[in-house]
Structure formats: C-alpha cells, structure tokens
Design a binder for this molecule. Structure first.
Ligand code: NAD
Length: 499
C-alpha cells in the first residue's frame, strides 16, 4: 500500500468515527442542562468535528453529586480489591481493543501524528490503567510498633470525590495518569478535559462503564476552564482537585481550595527545561538528536520540552550543525499520514501565541537559525516549522517563558558550573538533562540540577514505575508510580486499646 493510500484509509476512518459529544454523568451521556454546546475544531484542517456539551456550574453540581452518591453507598470503594482490580483490568484491555478509534480521536482533536497516537498515547494510557489495576490488591497497610496493650494500624482510605482537570497536549495519557490511581484507590472521579481536546476522555468514560465500572464513579464534564474547571476547584463537596496544566491556572487551584473547603490540591504545571551538553560528551550526534526530539516531538507541546539547550562554548558549532540537521527531520505534515513526524499545533490561538514568541525572540536580538514560519496554510490547519534561536541569553523572554511549541533557545556557557547555574535560573523545575562521558561530571551535575526529573545521557526516558512531577513552580506532588496513590488517599491511624 502506498503512503497516500494509507492516508486515505485513515481519512475515511476519521470520517466514519462516531464521536461522543455529550457530558457523561451518572453512567450515561447527557446534554448540558442549559443545552449549550461548543465547537470542537480540528487543528488538522480547521473543520468542526463535533459540537460538545458546554458544562456549567449546574452540570458540575450534577456530576459531583453523582460521584458523591457512588462514593457514599460504597458501590466502588466497598468492592473487594480483587473485584476492583478485575474491572480496571477489563477497562485497560478495552482501551487496547479500541486503539485505532482512540488514536484517531486524539489525532483529529489535537493534531498529533497518528503514528504517535498509536505508538505512544494509546499504549501508555492502557499500560497506566493496567499497572494501577494490578496494584489494587498489593498495597498493604502498616502495624505500628506500639506497646503490647494497644494496637495501632496505619491504613490508607480513598479521599472521596476527586476532580481531575487536564490539558490538551496528551489528553488521554494525562487523564489516565490521574484517573488510574484515583480509581484504584477507590475514589469517585469527575474529569474536566481541556476544551481543545474533550473527545477521548468522553470515550474513555464510556469504555470504563462497559468494562463494569459502576455508574457515577467516573464522570466527564467537558466545558471551559473558567466555568467548569473553576466550579470543580471551588466545589464544597470535592475532596481533592488534581490538575495538570499551566502554572498560572495551577495557582488558581490553590486559591480555589483556600476559598472553599481546603480540598487537597495536586499540581503538574509548566516547565522551561534545560538540556546541558558538555565538551566531555563524545557522541555529539546522539546528544543533538535527543535535543531535537526533546523540543520537536509532539510539536513541542510538552511540559518536559527541553526548550533551553545549554551548550559548552568549545563544542557549540559542532552541536549546532548536528542540531539543525536533526531538526529538519521534523517536517510539519498531515497528521493522518502515517509517515508524518510533526503534526498540527492545537488551535489557532495557540499557533498565534507561538509565532508571537518567534517575533519576541527576534526583537530580543536572538538569531533564528532555522524555522520560524507558519506552513501548510492552505490546509486550513495550524502548522509551525521547527524553530531554533541561537545566541540566546537566559534573561530573554524566550529563555524564561514557556512557549509550549516547537521553539528552541540555545544558550552558550563556559563550563559545567555556568551550565548548572543557567539551568537552575528559572521559575520552573520540571525536567533537566546533562550529556557527558564522565560519570563524575554526570553525578555532580545531576545532583545539583533543581528539577523533579533529571536525565543523564538521555531525554524523556519514561516508565509508569517512576514518579513524575516538578520542583518550584512546576508543581506540587507526583504522578505515576506507587507514590501517586498517596495523593488520592488519606492516611488513617487507628488505635485499639487491648486488655
Ligand atoms: P491550561 O492551564 O490553560 O489548562 C489546563 C486545564 O485547566 C484545562 O482543562 C482548562 O480548561 C483548565 N482551566 C483553564 N482555566 C481555568 C480556570 N480559570 N479555572 C479552572 N480550570 C481552568 O493549560 P493548557 O494550555 O491546556 O496546557 C498547557 C500547559 O500544561 C503547559 O503549561 C504545560 O507545561 C502544562 N502541562 C504540564 C504537565 C506536567 O505533568 N507537569 C503535563 C502536560 C502539560
């Protein structure tokens, strides 16, 4: 089959999709109470692919009370752990069984290449669900070493009703990272997907119900952040709100909690991550290739994007030459074409914002060595070339602010000490990387980098077993691994006086 035949097949499948566009509350699809809907526009070509229920405060109330009822009558949290595990395993299996459909929904909704949706997003979401399912009946409580006349147990209990508010860059994975541990712990959940990408969350809720998740345990309220997201953050009957998105909105969630019921808040926010390449690295080509992938994969719409490249002066020219060559392998193309390596940015507004940063970089005196333009304009979609600025100082806005697009800022330094100082001179602290052949240098630099995730001689290594999250204004708390269960549970100490 030729590439264009394959592309046609994906297009036909996309046209034939049956898109769920209502809210999912109490185990069934339902319109918003006031009947409002918003356009779900595909960034591939600017077409409206669905008109999605626009949930308001009243819909959030409905979803929270469905979740509360499900929690209070213990239809989920009261099930034997082995039974909850079986339901979540069936849910994970169903995600795998619907891989093509989910991948297509993700791609038409937010513009990433179909090959990435198929090879990264769907498998990662299914793996996450399965991993936490398997943990359900393997996490034990503790018995404290008290005196003989008392017994003190330390156990974990679900929080209750949990709100999950997620962004659009990895809609399915971000949702899975939160709902999998939250459900495994026995909570009832209300998800607010990003308005740019509501489609997979709605389908996931339906698949979960079909797999046996009781009604009301997983609800989805699509809508706008300042309405539906805010209503969840301020709701007096939500016990915890777990957010992934910008630092700006993350801070609002801290306020919402203080203004309402002091609900627990978990935040996974933005980043301006530094990748350091030192002269003690002999394989500059591998480092440059990883550096390009770290900023251009997923169109640069990654919280961990390695958006600042910090290079030692002595190897600057060699790195730049290789970097530009690797950048050219990311060519914006039709996300439904299986060979496309770079898709569309999520929407028109974000595309304009990214291009504005290109102008800001030029205005600040940085040198654009490749890219910088909008392309494929005739498609009606949102495509920007991979773009690299050289001669950037860490004080420039393009080095300090999260662009969340395919724009790399290259900063030149004298040595490892300056590299660490530059890397740490940021409000953010999500990820950081260092490249060197010297294990002593790697050890010293990784220890000094102020970031939640640090890579040595790699970038974006990933496994569900390893915690993920940031220092400083990149967030509070961790997703993934057994540590994530701590977020979704209360610790209870129980004393039993013995004779
Ligand atoms: P965003 O903060 O604009 O939106 C995220 C979510 O919050 C969406 O569901 C949105 O509707 C909602 N929201 C927006 N305004 C709100 C308000 N006033 N009250 C309540 N909810 C509101 O972020 P985005 O543009 O969707 O995503 C990009 C951001 O997400 C980037 O900053 C990126 O770094 C971050 N991100 C972080 C991680 C991580 O794990 N650290 C992962 C992915 C993305």
């Amino acid at each position: 089959m030729t590439v264009s035949q394959e592309q046609d097949i994906w297009r036909q499948r996309a046209e034939a999709l049956c898109i769920r566009s209502q809210a999912f509350i109490g185990g069934r699809f339902t319109d918003a109470l006031d009947g409002r809907r918003f356009d779900c526009v595909s960034p591939i070509d600017g077409r409206v692919v669905a008109r999605v229920a626009e949930c308001s405060d009243a819909d959030v109330d409905r979803a929270v009370s469905a979740a509360r009822q499900a929690f209070d009558d213990r239809r989920w949290c009261g099930l034997a752990p082995a039974r909850r595990k079986a339901v979540l395993l069936a849910f994970a299996q169903s995600v795998e069984d619907h891989a093509e459909e989910l991948a297509l929904l993700e791609t038409i909704d937010m513009g990433k290449p179909i090959s990435d949706s198929l090879s990264v997003d769907v498998p990662a979401a299914a793996r996450c669900l399965r991993w936490y399912a398997e943990a359900v009946d393997k996490v034990y409580g503790e018995v404290a070493p008290t005196a003989d006349n008392v017994l003190a147990t330390i156990t974990r209990e679900p929080l209750g009703v949990v709100a999950v508010v997620v962004p659009w860059n990895f809609p399915m994975i971000m949702t899975a990272w939160k709902i999998a541990p939250a459900l495994a712990a026995g909570n009832s959940v209300v998800v607010k997907p990003a308005e740019q990408s509501p489609l997979t969350a709605l389908r996931l809720a339906e698949l979960a119900a079909e797999a046996g998740l009781p009604d009301g345990v997983l609800n989805v309220v699509p809508g706008f952040g300042p309405v539906a997201g805010r209503a969840l953050g301020l709701h007096g009957d939500v016990n915890g709100a777990f957010f992934t998105g910008s630092t700006e909105v993350g801070k609002l969630f801290l306020q919402y909690s203080g203004q309402s019921n002091m609900k627990r808040i978990g935040l996974e926010c933005g980043g301006k991550s530094a990748q350091i390449i030192l002269e003690s690295c002999s394989d500059l080509d591998t480092a440059a290739q990883a550096a390009a992938g770290a900023i251009f994969f997923n169109q640069g719409e990654m919280c961990t994007a390695g958006s600042r490249l910090v290079v030692q002066r002595s190897i600057h020219d060699k790195v730049m030459e290789r970097l530009v060559a690797h950048a050219s392998t990311y060519r914006p193309g039709d996300p439904l074409a299986p060979k496309t390596t770079m898709g569309a940015l999520v929407d028109e507004q974000h595309t304009r914002r990214v291009l504005e940063y290109v102008d800001i970089g030029r205005g600040e005196g940085a040198r654009l060595v490749t890219g910088g333009a909008r392309v494929r304009v005739d498609s009606g979609g949102c495509y920007v070339e991979p773009s690299i600025f050289d001669g950037v100082s860490n004080a420039m806005r393009i080095a300090r602010e999260e662009i969340f697009g395919p724009v790399l800022s290259v900063i030149t330094v004298a040595d490892a000490d300056e590299a660490v100082a530059v890397a740490n001179d940021s409000d953010y602290g999500l990820a950081a990387a260092v490249w060197s052949d010297d294990v002593n240098v790697l050890h010293q630099v990784t220890r000094r980098l102020k970031a939640g995730v640090v890579y040595a001689n790699c970038y974006d290594a990933d496994d569900i077993t390893v915690p993920f999250g940031g220092f400083k204004q990149s967030g509070i708390g961790r997703d993934k691994s057994l540590h994530a269960l701590e977020k979704y549970t209360e610790l209870k100490s129980t004393w039993l006086r013995l004779r």
